[in-house]
Design a protein around this ligand. Sequence first.
Ligand SMILES: Cc1cc2nc3c(=O)[nH]c(=O)nc-3n(C[C@H](O)[C@H](O)[C@H](O)COP(=O)(O)OP(=O)(O)OC[C@H]3O[C@@H](n4cnc5c(N)ncnc54)[C@H](O)[C@@H]3O)c2cc1C
Length: 463
Amino acid sequence: MNAPATTELPVIVIGAGPAGLAAAAHLLERGIEPLVLEAGPAAGAAVREWSHVRLFSTWGEVVDPAAEKLLAPTGWTRPDPATYPSGGDWCEQYLQPLAEALGERVRTGAEVTGVSRAGRDRIVDADRDVQPFVVHVTYTDGCEERLFARAVIDASGTWTTPSPAGGSGLSALGEKAAADRITYRVPDLKDPAVRARYAGKRTAVIGSGASAFTALAYLADLAKSDDGAGTKGVWILRRGISGSTFGGGEADQLPARGALGLAAKAAVDEGHADAVTGFRTEAIERADDGRLILVGEDGRRLDPVDEVIVLTGFRPDLSFLDELRLGLDERLQAPVALAPLIDPNQHSCGTVYPHGHRELSHPEQGIYLVGMKSYGRAPTFLAMTGYEQVRSVAAAIAGDLDAADRVELTLPETGVCGGAGLFDAPESDQSGGCCAPAPQLGTPVAVGATAAEEAPAGGCCGS
Ligand SMILES: Cc1cc2nc3c(=O)[nH]c(=O)nc-3n(C[C@H](O)[C@H](O)[C@H](O)COP(=O)(O)OP(=O)(O)OC[C@H]3O[C@@H](n4cnc5c(N)ncnc54)[C@H](O)[C@@H]3O)c2cc1C
C-alpha cells in the first residue's frame, strides 16, 4: 500500500509513559493528531513496575501543564502539589486518567518493532525527507501492522534495558547463570514473598544512585523490623567514598532526593550495610550452598551473599531505530547536541541546562528521542525536563519555531556541583563531587583507595 500524503498523517509517539503522554497532550494542543503506541498492557507500564517506590519529586513537579489542561474538563483535580506520589500514585492518579482523556489515541499492547522511511532504508537518499515514516507494530495477539507518520517521537524510556553488574559494562561472568538470585529493580519489601527473600539475608547492592540508596534504606528498615533480624546489606562501590557519593544531602533543592543519600549513609553508619569500595565485579560464582560470590577485577573475592541487587543504571534500546539516521554521542548514546549538557563526568542533574527540539534533533528530520530515553546512559533525567522537551518538540513539529526555541526550565540544584570527577582519582582529590568534604562513615569496609567507580551510572538523581 502506498504511503498517504504526509500532512494528513498523525505523529506517532512510542511509549505511554510520562513523556509520551505529555507529548500527545502538547501535540493535541497544537491541533496535531497524535497516536501513542504502548507495548505494555496499560499507560505508565514501566512506572507501574516501580509503583512501590516513592518519587523524590512532588506532584507539583511531575504533572505536565498541557496534560493538566486536557484533564481539567474531565473533572480531574491535581493532588496536593507539595506531596510526594509513589510510582503507583503517579500511574493511578495522573497517567491513567491522562491516557483515558486521550482515548483511542493511545493503543496499549502495541510494541513498536521498527521505524523507517516509507520505501527508503537507511542508505537511500532519494527524496527521503518527503517520505512519511513507516512504523512496524506487533500487538499482544501477535498481529503486525504498518503505520505511517509525519513525525515520530520516541518516548520509550530505558526501563527495559537495565545495565549489568559487570565493571566493564558487560554482564559479569556467571551473571546470567545466577539470575535466580539477582534483580535489577528496587525490591518491594511490602510484598511478603519478596520480603521473605531478603529478610535475615546478606544482600549485595551494586550501584550508587537514587535507586541504590533506596534499596539500602529499604534493607536497613527490614533489618530494624521484627521479622528482619540479621538482614545485612553489602554496598558495592567502584570508587572510594567521596563528597558526592551520597548526593547533595541537605544541600539538595529536592529534599526528598537529598534524603535518599542520607538514608544510605545512615544504613552504613548504623552497621546495616558494609560499604565495599574500589570493587569492580568481574565474575559472580556460585558457592556450594548456592549462595553467590562476587569476584573483583583485581581478584578479590567477597564473602558469599544470598542475593544481589544490581542498580547500575539503564541504557537505551536503539534496535528498532536502526533504519534511521540518528546522531548519537559515542559515550552516552544521547543526541550529540544534548550529550555535553548531561555528561555525568561533568554534570549532576542540577547543572543540566534547559534544552529543546534543536538539541533533540538528528540528521534524520522528524525523529525525536525524548524523556528518559533522550538521556541515553546518563542518570540525571527528571520528568520536568521531559515535559519541557516535548513542549518544544510539539511546537517545532507545528512549525512554531519561536515557541520551540523559547526553552524555559529551571532545574532544582542537587547540592552536588559538577560531575563525577576523575575515574581512578584517589578519594582525597575527588574534586568533581559535592562541595562538601568527604563524609566520615561509621565502620566502612574500604578495601583500597585506588579502585574507582564508574561515572555514577546511577547518579544521585533519577535512576
Ligand atoms: C525508581 C525510579 C524513580 C524515579 N523517580 C523520579 C522522581 O522522583 N522524579 C523525577 O523527575 N524522575 C524520576 N525518575 C526518572 C523518570 O522521570 C522516570 O523514569 C519516568 O518514568 C520517565 O518517563 P518516560 O516517559 O521517559 O519513560 P518511561 O516511564 O520508561 O515510559 C516509557 C514507556 O514506553 C514503553 N515502551 C518501551 N519500549 C516500547 C516499544 N518498543 N514500543 C512501545 N512502547 C514501548 C514502556 O512500556 C513504557 O511504558 C525515576 C525513575 C525510576 C526508575
